[in-house]
Design a protein around this ligand. Sequence first.
Ligand code: UD1
Length: 419
Amino acid sequence: MDKFIIKGGVPLKGTVAVRPAKNALLPCMAASLLTTEQVRFTSSARHMDIISMLSVLEHLGADVEGKPGGRLSVRAANGHGDLEAPYDLVRRMRASVLVLGPMLARYQRARVSLPGGCAIGARPIDLHLRALATLGADIRVEHGYVETTAKKLKGAEVVFDKTTVGGTENILMAAVLAEGETVVRNAAREPEIVDLAGMLTGMGAHIEGAGTDTIRVEGVRELHGVTHTCIPDRIVAGTLLIAGAITGGDVTCTDVEPEHLEALLLKLRSMGAKVDAGESKVRVAAPRKLVSTDIVTQPFPGFPTDLQAQFMALLSQAKGTGTVKETIFENRFMHVPELVRMGADIRIEGNLAVISGPRPLSGAPVMASDLRASACLVLAGLCAGGVTEIRRIYHLDRGYESLEKSLRALGGRVRRVKE
Ligand code: UD1
């Protein structure tokens, strides 16, 4: 198992190019099951989650060429005999459930292990299943597996009780090959949904309204191959920009979509940072003193829950009292006790964290608990006095490609060592 050793106190300065988004690549890779033809991705990212999704696709009989981090191509010419995504693969990455919709649409049946909870909450998939049932899927949950069959999916009106990114993606991928029109209401509006819809349209699907809360899909008989470029990773970009701000530095991210980062940039500005957003690049220069603010996590275009932990590290260095309200996941404050051990002043009241600052942080051995909490601890380590040792870095590797290299390119003193 790897760990990070960070010597804090260096203001990060420079420019980093951002790679394609994990959360866009995962559904788009699953969508390649919808055609017998080849689907090409012009670039990818070398995250553990991408490697896991490739294993799932290969297990389902797809031929995969290329390497995670570079170009990839997937061809699902034939369905695999048992059409099953087994527990051993799904437990490594819950986004494996994204194969449910495309498998059902293409092969009329799918057997996918239930993902179970994770560190940040129970994360059920009931909304995915209910939506697929509305399209006519017969669904049984037995022995820890979801078993679904549908002779022919039929378009219908799907109303999500709660906004769900993965649920919206699954239903889109099922609806594109269903008979007739599907209308998805209370759909997620995340840029990753727009990206997936763009790829599906490139494959011949008829979709309108992606990026709004009502998406209309007119089913087609078959889809063809496509070459697709996924959107840049707004969460990786946001993490690097916060790294600049927390260390009193000046960081520019290139190859980004600034409008995907608006909620974060608004908050950074209100804290006193100088923000310049140009075409496909964003620069954030830290002020002499950061001023506190409040955030509430919300579905897009609100403040993303995936940047909440990193932003909390930043608030610990700002003057005044700030609050963080987490409304998406019920258990996403796992980073708080570790930040407090490093010297932060944070009080939790239910889903609200109250942060008083600035408090100097001091390096300590800490333990990563989930993907974004790990990123938060890295940021804390970068601005702390002395040495911070972060264990269980495998959580970080699920969604960041060699984060230590990007940080070193900006002047950060971060080393990866084998335990
Ligand atoms: C996706 C992202 C994740 C991000 C999250 C919210 C991917 C691979 N992951 O996760 O990084 O943090 O969106 O922006 O894109 N829910 C249910 N029942 C369901 C589905 C969801 O109750 O069937 C709940 C979840 O527990 C959560 C909320 O709805 O409380 C939102 O979850 P959802 O948008 O589905 O998140 P994911 O798609 O899993």
